[in-house]
Design a protein around this ligand. Sequence first.
Ligand SMILES: [Mg+2]
Ligand SMILES: [Zn+2]
Length: 180
Amino acid sequence: MVGRRAAFLDRDGVLAVPEFRDGRSFAVRRLADFRIYDGAAEAVRALDAAGWAVVVATNQPDIANGQVAAETVEAMHDVLRRAMPLAAIETCPHAQDAGCDCRKPRPGMLTRAAARLGLDLSASVMVGDRASDIAAGIAAGCRTVFVDRGYDPPQARPDARVDGIAAAARWILSPQAATA
Ligand SMILES: [Mg+2]
Ligand SMILES: [Zn+2]
């Protein structure tokens, strides 16, 4: 059986606008502060319409660290689900030092979704704004698209570099992506 292709999307800095403190980006902690980037819903709809399973894969260590309730994160994910067609949202709620197999740069969220949804990882793409997103995509055997917001450049070379989710979707849906 040939699996469906997936577009794995990081959440903060890709779909949702992060907070910036001291030049670093962080997930928002209040539902009222949760904002989706302009154009993100349209980009996800275009991927979905072209047959891609769109799966969010997000590290949320603030849950384990007691900085945000799991219910609040789930409410944010309900906002995402209402705004755009998502096949799944995979969340790593563990702390940075927990040693779990799902926290990016490990590929556990991607391989878990692939097993459950019947996804073909080798035909799939991981999109993220951090080095750990690119590393997780490579570890899962996916192609990678780096959303370059000027922080945290990846060590390994991504297949494409873009300025946001709209351009990421355009690259995934473009003919050159098929041969990258
Ligand atoms: Mg991010
Ligand atoms: Zn985890």
